[in-house]
Design a protein around this ligand. Structure first.
Ligand SMILES: N[C@@H](CCC(=O)N[C@@H](CS)C(=O)NCC(=O)O)C(=O)O
Length: 283
Protein backbone atom coordinates (compact mmCIF):
# COMPACT_ATOMS: atom_id res chain seq x y z
CA UNK A 1 0.00 0.00 0.00
CA UNK A 2 2.86 2.36 0.94
CA UNK A 3 4.53 1.49 -2.40
CA UNK A 4 1.37 2.36 -4.35
CA UNK A 5 1.10 5.72 -2.52
CA UNK A 6 4.77 6.41 -3.27
CA UNK A 7 4.32 5.63 -6.97
CA UNK A 8 1.14 7.74 -7.20
CA UNK A 9 2.95 10.64 -5.53
CA UNK A 10 5.85 10.30 -7.96
CA UNK A 11 3.48 10.13 -10.94
CA UNK A 12 1.67 13.25 -9.75
CA UNK A 13 4.98 15.10 -9.36
CA UNK A 14 6.11 14.10 -12.88
CA UNK A 15 2.74 15.10 -14.39
CA UNK A 16 2.76 18.36 -12.42
CA UNK A 17 6.27 19.19 -13.66
CA UNK A 18 5.26 18.40 -17.25
CA UNK A 19 2.13 20.55 -17.05
CA UNK A 20 4.02 23.43 -15.42
CA UNK A 21 6.88 23.13 -17.93
CA UNK A 22 4.48 23.20 -20.89
CA UNK A 23 2.68 26.21 -19.41
CA UNK A 24 5.99 28.08 -19.04
CA UNK A 25 7.02 27.22 -22.64
CA UNK A 26 3.59 28.39 -23.89
CA UNK A 27 3.82 31.69 -21.98
CA UNK A 28 7.39 32.35 -23.19
CA UNK A 29 6.43 31.60 -26.82
CA UNK A 30 3.38 33.81 -26.62
CA UNK A 31 5.43 36.58 -25.01
CA UNK A 32 7.87 36.44 -27.92
CA UNK A 33 5.26 36.12 -30.69
CA UNK A 34 5.85 38.26 -33.80
CA UNK A 35 3.27 41.03 -34.40
CA UNK A 36 0.62 40.37 -36.98
CA UNK A 37 0.32 43.94 -38.34
CA UNK A 38 1.03 44.28 -42.07
CA UNK A 39 4.53 45.54 -42.86
CA UNK A 40 4.73 48.50 -45.31
CA UNK A 41 6.27 47.67 -48.70
CA UNK A 42 9.74 49.00 -49.65
CA UNK A 43 10.22 50.47 -46.19
CA UNK A 44 12.74 49.17 -43.67
CA UNK A 45 10.96 48.22 -40.46
CA UNK A 46 13.32 48.65 -37.53
CA UNK A 47 12.32 46.59 -34.52
CA UNK A 48 13.86 48.06 -31.40
CA UNK A 49 12.96 48.51 -27.73
CA UNK A 50 11.03 51.57 -26.58
CA UNK A 51 12.63 55.03 -26.55
CA UNK A 52 15.20 55.96 -23.93
CA UNK A 53 14.91 58.64 -21.25
CA UNK A 54 17.59 61.05 -22.52
CA UNK A 55 18.78 59.50 -25.82
CA UNK A 56 16.59 57.72 -28.41
CA UNK A 57 17.61 54.27 -27.20
CA UNK A 58 19.07 52.57 -24.16
CA UNK A 59 20.52 50.03 -26.57
CA UNK A 60 23.70 51.19 -28.33
CA UNK A 61 23.08 48.86 -31.26
CA UNK A 62 19.58 50.27 -31.92
CA UNK A 63 20.90 53.82 -31.87
CA UNK A 64 23.73 52.75 -34.18
CA UNK A 65 21.32 51.22 -36.69
CA UNK A 66 18.80 54.06 -36.61
CA UNK A 67 21.59 56.63 -37.03
CA UNK A 68 22.80 54.64 -40.04
CA UNK A 69 19.29 54.59 -41.55
CA UNK A 70 19.28 58.37 -41.26
CA UNK A 71 22.82 58.76 -42.60
CA UNK A 72 21.98 56.55 -45.58
CA UNK A 73 18.68 58.38 -46.10
CA UNK A 74 16.72 55.18 -46.40
CA UNK A 75 12.92 55.02 -45.89
CA UNK A 76 12.27 53.37 -42.54
CA UNK A 77 9.82 53.10 -39.73
CA UNK A 78 10.24 51.96 -36.13
CA UNK A 79 8.32 49.33 -34.25
CA UNK A 80 9.17 49.53 -30.58
CA UNK A 81 8.56 45.91 -29.75
CA UNK A 82 11.90 44.14 -29.78
CA UNK A 83 12.16 43.92 -26.01
CA UNK A 84 9.51 41.21 -26.30
CA UNK A 85 9.89 40.43 -29.98
CA UNK A 86 13.56 39.50 -30.33
CA UNK A 87 15.43 38.85 -33.55
CA UNK A 88 15.86 35.32 -34.88
CA UNK A 89 19.22 35.36 -33.05
CA UNK A 90 17.66 36.34 -29.74
CA UNK A 91 19.00 39.91 -29.64
CA UNK A 92 17.08 43.15 -29.65
CA UNK A 93 17.67 45.25 -32.74
CA UNK A 94 16.63 43.80 -36.11
CA UNK A 95 14.91 44.74 -39.37
CA UNK A 96 12.29 43.49 -41.77
CA UNK A 97 12.25 44.48 -45.41
CA UNK A 98 9.59 43.25 -47.84
CA UNK A 99 9.11 40.08 -45.85
CA UNK A 100 12.80 39.38 -45.18
CA UNK A 101 14.04 39.44 -41.58
CA UNK A 102 17.64 40.37 -40.77
CA UNK A 103 19.19 40.09 -37.32
CA UNK A 104 22.28 41.90 -35.92
CA UNK A 105 22.87 45.63 -36.44
CA UNK A 106 25.99 45.09 -38.55
CA UNK A 107 24.33 42.55 -40.85
CA UNK A 108 21.32 44.89 -41.13
CA UNK A 109 23.68 47.66 -42.27
CA UNK A 110 25.34 45.35 -44.83
CA UNK A 111 21.90 44.36 -46.11
CA UNK A 112 20.71 47.98 -46.41
CA UNK A 113 23.92 49.05 -48.19
CA UNK A 114 23.41 46.29 -50.69
CA UNK A 115 19.63 46.67 -51.18
CA UNK A 116 19.66 50.46 -51.52
CA UNK A 117 23.12 50.74 -53.10
CA UNK A 118 24.26 53.35 -50.58
CA UNK A 119 27.83 54.14 -49.66
CA UNK A 120 28.34 56.35 -46.63
CA UNK A 121 32.11 55.71 -46.67
CA UNK A 122 32.96 57.19 -50.06
CA UNK A 123 34.97 60.10 -48.58
CA UNK A 124 37.62 57.80 -47.11
CA UNK A 125 40.46 55.61 -48.34
CA UNK A 126 40.57 51.86 -47.53
CA UNK A 127 43.29 52.38 -44.92
CA UNK A 128 41.21 54.97 -43.05
CA UNK A 129 38.17 52.71 -43.24
CA UNK A 130 40.23 49.82 -41.90
CA UNK A 131 41.32 51.82 -38.86
CA UNK A 132 37.69 52.91 -38.34
CA UNK A 133 36.63 49.28 -38.49
CA UNK A 134 39.14 48.39 -35.77
CA UNK A 135 37.93 51.26 -33.59
CA UNK A 136 34.40 49.93 -34.00
CA UNK A 137 35.46 46.45 -32.86
CA UNK A 138 37.08 47.93 -29.74
CA UNK A 139 33.93 49.90 -29.00
CA UNK A 140 31.42 47.10 -29.62
CA UNK A 141 33.37 44.13 -28.34
CA UNK A 142 35.18 45.69 -25.39
CA UNK A 143 33.94 49.11 -24.30
CA UNK A 144 30.34 47.82 -24.51
CA UNK A 145 31.01 45.22 -21.81
CA UNK A 146 32.34 47.80 -19.40
CA UNK A 147 29.14 49.80 -19.95
CA UNK A 148 26.75 46.96 -19.26
CA UNK A 149 28.81 45.65 -16.34
CA UNK A 150 28.38 49.06 -14.71
CA UNK A 151 24.74 49.46 -15.70
CA UNK A 152 23.39 46.02 -14.80
CA UNK A 153 25.93 44.43 -12.45
CA UNK A 154 27.74 47.04 -10.34
CA UNK A 155 24.80 49.46 -10.29
CA UNK A 156 22.18 46.70 -10.50
CA UNK A 157 20.13 48.89 -12.90
CA UNK A 158 19.03 50.92 -9.87
CA UNK A 159 19.78 54.34 -11.37
CA UNK A 160 18.00 53.30 -14.55
CA UNK A 161 14.95 52.19 -12.58
CA UNK A 162 14.25 55.82 -11.71
CA UNK A 163 13.35 56.33 -15.39
CA UNK A 164 12.10 52.89 -16.40
CA UNK A 165 9.82 50.69 -14.35
CA UNK A 166 12.03 47.65 -14.03
CA UNK A 167 10.83 44.99 -11.61
CA UNK A 168 13.14 43.47 -9.03
CA UNK A 169 12.96 40.21 -11.02
CA UNK A 170 14.02 41.96 -14.23
CA UNK A 171 16.96 43.64 -12.50
CA UNK A 172 18.00 40.36 -10.93
CA UNK A 173 17.78 38.47 -14.26
CA UNK A 174 19.64 41.23 -16.14
CA UNK A 175 22.43 41.23 -13.56
CA UNK A 176 22.70 37.46 -13.65
CA UNK A 177 22.78 37.33 -17.47
CA UNK A 178 25.31 40.15 -17.93
CA UNK A 179 27.55 38.59 -15.30
CA UNK A 180 27.31 35.19 -16.96
CA UNK A 181 27.90 36.55 -20.50
CA UNK A 182 30.73 38.85 -19.41
CA UNK A 183 32.47 35.97 -17.66
CA UNK A 184 32.22 33.97 -20.88
CA UNK A 185 33.75 36.98 -22.71
CA UNK A 186 36.45 37.18 -20.02
CA UNK A 187 36.04 40.77 -18.90
CA UNK A 188 33.53 39.86 -16.19
CA UNK A 189 36.29 37.99 -14.34
CA UNK A 190 38.11 41.25 -13.55
CA UNK A 191 37.54 43.31 -10.41
CA UNK A 192 35.37 46.42 -10.66
CA UNK A 193 38.47 48.63 -10.37
CA UNK A 194 40.17 46.77 -13.19
CA UNK A 195 37.08 47.14 -15.38
CA UNK A 196 36.97 50.85 -14.60
CA UNK A 197 40.61 51.22 -15.65
CA UNK A 198 39.95 49.30 -18.88
CA UNK A 199 36.91 51.47 -19.64
CA UNK A 200 38.87 54.68 -19.06
CA UNK A 201 41.71 53.45 -21.23
CA UNK A 202 39.29 52.66 -24.11
CA UNK A 203 37.77 56.14 -23.84
CA UNK A 204 41.19 57.76 -23.65
CA UNK A 205 42.33 55.99 -26.82
CA UNK A 206 39.09 56.92 -28.54
CA UNK A 207 39.58 60.53 -27.50
CA UNK A 208 43.16 60.53 -28.81
CA UNK A 209 42.04 58.95 -32.05
CA UNK A 210 39.30 61.53 -32.56
CA UNK A 211 41.59 64.41 -31.60
CA UNK A 212 40.33 67.63 -33.16
CA UNK A 213 38.55 65.91 -36.05
CA UNK A 214 34.80 66.54 -36.40
CA UNK A 215 33.99 62.87 -36.97
CA UNK A 216 35.95 59.70 -36.36
CA UNK A 217 37.67 59.58 -39.72
CA UNK A 218 37.70 63.26 -40.66
CA UNK A 219 35.46 66.14 -41.66
CA UNK A 220 32.66 63.91 -42.97
CA UNK A 221 30.69 61.32 -40.98
CA UNK A 222 30.95 57.67 -42.02
CA UNK A 223 29.63 54.26 -40.97
CA UNK A 224 31.91 53.89 -37.95
CA UNK A 225 30.39 57.06 -36.47
CA UNK A 226 27.02 55.29 -36.17
CA UNK A 227 28.50 52.63 -33.94
CA UNK A 228 30.70 54.94 -31.87
CA UNK A 229 27.88 57.44 -31.40
CA UNK A 230 25.43 54.68 -30.38
CA UNK A 231 27.84 53.55 -27.68
CA UNK A 232 29.10 56.92 -26.42
CA UNK A 233 25.50 58.17 -26.14
CA UNK A 234 25.01 55.64 -23.38
CA UNK A 235 27.93 57.04 -21.42
CA UNK A 236 27.01 60.65 -22.12
CA UNK A 237 23.20 60.63 -21.73
CA UNK A 238 22.42 57.35 -20.01
CA UNK A 239 25.04 57.09 -17.26
CA UNK A 240 22.68 58.80 -14.77
CA UNK A 241 25.67 60.11 -12.82
CA UNK A 242 27.44 56.77 -12.48
CA UNK A 243 31.19 56.19 -13.20
CA UNK A 244 30.49 55.67 -16.95
CA UNK A 245 29.23 59.26 -17.18
CA UNK A 246 32.11 60.51 -15.01
CA UNK A 247 34.52 58.69 -17.33
CA UNK A 248 33.30 60.26 -20.59
CA UNK A 249 33.09 63.71 -19.02
CA UNK A 250 36.89 63.58 -18.61
CA UNK A 251 37.18 63.76 -22.40
CA UNK A 252 35.59 66.97 -23.68
CA UNK A 253 36.17 66.09 -27.34
CA UNK A 254 34.09 62.91 -26.93
CA UNK A 255 31.28 64.90 -25.31
CA UNK A 256 31.37 67.48 -28.11
CA UNK A 257 31.35 64.63 -30.61
CA UNK A 258 28.11 63.27 -29.08
CA UNK A 259 26.49 66.70 -29.39
CA UNK A 260 27.76 67.05 -32.98
CA UNK A 261 26.34 63.70 -34.08
CA UNK A 262 23.05 64.55 -32.39
CA UNK A 263 22.85 67.86 -34.29
CA UNK A 264 23.84 66.23 -37.58
CA UNK A 265 21.40 63.31 -37.57
CA UNK A 266 18.81 63.85 -34.87
CA UNK A 267 17.06 67.19 -35.43
CA UNK A 268 13.95 65.53 -33.91
CA UNK A 269 15.89 64.28 -30.85
CA UNK A 270 13.52 65.85 -28.35
CA UNK A 271 10.60 63.98 -29.91
CA UNK A 272 12.53 60.70 -29.75
CA UNK A 273 13.27 60.65 -26.02
CA UNK A 274 10.95 60.28 -23.05
CA UNK A 275 12.64 63.14 -21.12
CA UNK A 276 12.92 60.78 -18.20
CA UNK A 277 9.24 59.97 -17.96
CA UNK A 278 8.72 56.25 -17.63
CA UNK A 279 6.19 54.80 -20.08
CA UNK A 280 5.74 58.05 -22.05
CA UNK A 281 4.96 57.35 -25.72
CA UNK A 282 7.15 59.25 -28.17
CA UNK A 283 8.10 59.07 -31.87
N1 LIG B 1 26.02 42.09 -32.40
C1 LIG B 1 24.69 42.48 -31.99
C2 LIG B 1 24.71 42.86 -30.53
C3 LIG B 1 23.32 43.20 -30.02
C4 LIG B 1 23.22 43.12 -28.53
O1 LIG B 1 24.10 42.57 -27.83
N2 LIG B 1 22.13 43.61 -28.01
C5 LIG B 1 21.85 43.51 -26.60
C6 LIG B 1 21.23 44.80 -26.09
S1 LIG B 1 22.38 46.09 -26.02
C7 LIG B 1 20.84 42.42 -26.38
O2 LIG B 1 19.97 42.18 -27.20
N3 LIG B 1 20.94 41.77 -25.22
C8 LIG B 1 19.98 40.82 -24.80
C9 LIG B 1 20.52 39.44 -24.73
O3 LIG B 1 21.73 39.23 -24.92
O4 LIG B 1 19.70 38.55 -24.48
C10 LIG B 1 24.21 43.62 -32.87
O5 LIG B 1 25.04 44.36 -33.39
O6 LIG B 1 22.99 43.77 -33.06
Amino acid sequence: MADVNLQTGLLLKVCGTLVLGSAIVWVVRRFRMRPREPVPKDVVVHHQPSRGPFAPSLTPFSLKLETFLRMANVPYTNVHDSFKNRSSKGKMTWIEYNGEEIADSELCIDYIKDKFQVDVNSDYAPEQLASGFMVQKMVEDHLYWTLILYRYVYEGALRLSAYRSFSFLFRYMAKWKVLKDSKAHGIGRHSQNEVKALMTRDLENLSNYLGTKKFLLGEKPSQVDCSVFGMLSQFFWHGFGDPTEEAIKKFPNLCQYCERMKTEFWSDWDKCITHGESGKTVK
